[in-house]
Design a protein around this ligand. Structure first.
Ligand code: NDP
Ligand code: ZN
Length: 351
């Protein structure tokens, strides 16, 4: 089968590999829609997970099941499914001891596609623990909307969950790429009052307003902490961090009220340590909490994403600015994500 792969750090290309084989609990899926992600760019061009050779990329997919293992009972060949980016092994003691499922076997072990096995940018891909990881896609939901569930929706919403947003609270969302935009939508779902969205690209600003931001802050127009303090007449209750460099975590602490919560979903790719401003953190006594997490996966989580879209609460298909036809579209889409012209929010390849 054909797949679009990381050949080595800094290099991508099309390769041929044998079709994957399903173990007793697994499924083999053919993609219907696949989306490149900022994380694929970090994997290939920043060496975020270290060197990989001929590893098929991609972790955001909707597909059709072509084969299931003999112990799989809920999922059948022919089902159209949403495939979460995070597909843990659910049969672990760690999960039963309360370890978040993203780390079911070890740190980040729930992230399997294009990390420790081939990803979804191929004619076929392998899904472990199919009954626990795949959600059936209702006919009423478009492939465009469904393809934003495996990572963009679940990650952005996780930012709102980690930030523990309360009804009527004021929230800053730092970064309004596709992840932060779903953070804005998640803040609305959790009942935020004012939402200060930080970004600069006009298309992202337009979408931030569409998803419910009440105020826009451009980090290119000066210190975002001061801008938000001025607009809000003081510190905010919660911050979602979904973009920016190593200094944004410190800025989040500075703009946060004592007792407030930060939900970080940003990837920090530089430096050995991250700075926390001592005074703004109350010399350690401000009851400001920082959570950081990987996007939740699994079937139940995807079924919740489906429920949100079915109920008409959020339309994630608006994130797709560059749809392409055919598997080849992932290469064009990935190159767009790499260069990120201002009008790109999310590319998609429809197969
Ligand atoms: P984008 O690059 O599309 O968006 C980044 C956003 O951050 C943009 O709005 C950008 O503004 C803004 N930004 C850039 N620099 C600054 C700055 N100095 N201060 C404030 N804002 C800034 O990324 P994505 O939305 O695709 O992804 C966001 C992050 O989430 C990435 O780090 C990605 O790796 C991570 N991620 C994490 C996952 C998880 O499981 N936790 C899953 C998927 C992604 P501008 O409008 O100027 O571009
Ligand atoms: Zn992704």
């Amino acid at each position: 089968m054909r797949g679009f792969a990381m050949l080595k750090i800094g290099e991508t290309g099309w390769i041929e590999k044998p079709k994957p084989v399903a173990g007793p609990y697994d499924a083999i899926v053919a993609p219907l829609a696949i989306a490149p992600c900022t994380s694929d760019i970090h994997t290939v061009y920043s060496g975020a997970i270290g060197e990989r050779h001929n590893l098929i990329l991609g972790h955001e997919a909707v597909g059709q099941v072509v084969e299931v293992g003999k112990e799989v009972s809920y999922i059948k060949a022919g089902d159209r499914v949403v495939v979460p980016a995070i597909t843990p092994n659910w049969r672990t003691l760690q999960i039963q001891h309360g370890v978040p499922h993203q780390h079911s076997e070890s740190l980040l072990s729930g992230w399997k596609f294009s990390n420790d096995k081939d990803g979804v940018f191929a004619e076929f891909f392998h899904v472990n623990d199919a009954d626990m990881n795949l959600a059936k896609l209702p006919n009423e939901i478009s492939l465009e909307a469904a393809s934003m569930m495996p990572d963009m929706m679940t990650t952005g919403f996780h930012g709102a969950e980690l930030a523990n947003i309360q009804i009527g609270s004021n929230v800053a969302v730092i970064g309004i790429g596709p992840v932060g935009l779903m953070g804005v939508a998640g803040a609305v779902l959790r009942g935020a009052a004012r939402i200060f969205a930080v970004g600069s690209r006009p298309k992202c600003v337009e979408l931030a307003k569409f998803y419910g931001a009440t105020d826009i802050v451009n980090y290119k127009n000066g210190d975002i902490v001061q801008q938000i303090l001025d607009l809000n007449h003081g510190q905010v209750d919660h911050v979602i961090v979904a973009g920016g460099n190593e200094s944004v975590l410190g800025q989040a602490v500075e703009m946060l009220k004592p007792g407030g919560t930060i939900g970080n979903i940003n990837y920090f790719g530089e430096g050995k340590t991250l700075d926390i401003p001592r005074l703004a953190w109350g010399c350690g006594m401000a009851h400001k909490t920082i959570y950081g997490g990987l996007c939740p996966g699994g079937r139940a989580r995807m079924e919740r994403m489906i429920a949100i879209v079915l109920a008409g609460r959020v339309d994630p298909s608006k994130l797709i600015t560059h749809p392409f036809k055919g598997l080849e579209g992932v290469e064009k889409g990935l190159n767009l994500m790499k260069d990120k012209p201002a009008e790109v929010v999310k590319p998609l390849a429809l197969i």
